[in-house]
Design a protein around this ligand. Structure first.
Ligand SMILES: C[S@@+](CC[C@H](N)C(=O)[O-])C[C@H]1O[C@@H](n2cnc3c(N)ncnc32)[C@H](O)[C@@H]1O
Length: 238
């Protein structure tokens, strides 16, 4: 599915040296000296210690569409840096979109939580205009680089976005703004049963109709994935 096409750039993982020092008071006892030494053993781990920028130019194939993108191949230790890798859900979504490209033709697309941008960039091959979003500064940096990497990125742009707990609020606003003419395509890969229920409940709570797209259930990285088409319920149905 994906292969590294160029050698990786040198790792920029940074490890700041620990500032360990022992201050021994002339008059203090051995115990006092040890306590003071413990207090003074400060290990300074800056933010950069947790950030891996060892991005690799990687080739992805979705049917006839070939995408070259910078990404990590394993997630950073920081839970908030999930966007540096390509997720199974994105692979599921891109396979679906490449097989059903006609649903994107002449459309404008906003992608919420783009990560390295693999889905938005694929969409830009078919769409009128695509806006990719993410809330993480570090992820936005690599997203912007990936947009620049594309030979034709005129219809691609990068925006900021508010909260994933707010995902369905954002989706609802967009759908209402377009008076129900929009469809939200959700590539959902199940990681926990509780999440499966939450996603559907949240959509229903926001007055949406969730339809599983036929024949889209598949196994992605040992997990079950499915495509949902989510639209606003017609007023008469509410
Ligand atoms: C699991 S990753 C998926 C990235 C990409 N869509 C993919 O499937 O490969 C979730 C992404 O959503 C972004 N994200 C999380 N919370 C967000 C928020 N509140 N607003 C915007 N983006 C958010 C994260 O920074 C991350 O890039």
């Amino acid at each position: 599915m994906c292969k590294t096409s160029t050698p990786s750039v040198p790792s920029q993982k940074e490890r700041r040296p620990s500032r360990a020092s022992a201050r021994i008071s002339k008059s203090g006892s051995k115990m006092q000296r040890e306590e003071e030494r413990d207090e003074d053993e400060i290990v300074c781990l800056g933010e950069s210690f947790f950030i891996d920028r060892d991005y690799q130019l990687t080739t992805f194939n979705f049917g006839p569409h070939v995408l070259n993108l910078l990404c990590l191949h394993s997630a950073s230790t920081d839970y908030d840096l999930t966007g540096q890798i390509v997720w199974p859900g994105a692979v599921l979504l891109n396979n679906y979109l490449s097989q059903n490209a006609e649903i994107l033709e002449e459309r404008s697309v906003i992608e919420l939580g783009s990560g390295v941008g693999i889905t938005g960039i694929l969409c830009s091959r078919f769409c009128h205009k695509v806006v990719l979003t993410d809330h993480n500064e570090e992820v936005l940096e690599i997203l912007k680089k990936n947009i620049e990497l594309q030979s034709s990125s005129r219809n691609l742009s990068c925006g900021d976005n508010a909260g994933i707990p707010l995902l369905f609020e954002t989706v609802e606003s967009i759908l209402r703004f377009r008076s129900g003419q929009c469809t939200f395509i959700l590539a959902y890969v199940s990681r926990a049963k509780v999440m499966d229920v939450m996603v559907i409940d949240e959509a229903v709570h926001h007055g949406m109709d969730v339809k599983e797209v036929k024949d889209t259930r598949s196994i992605i990285s040992n997990l079950e994935g499915v495509i949902f088409e989510i639209t606003l319920k017609q007023t008469s149905e509410l």
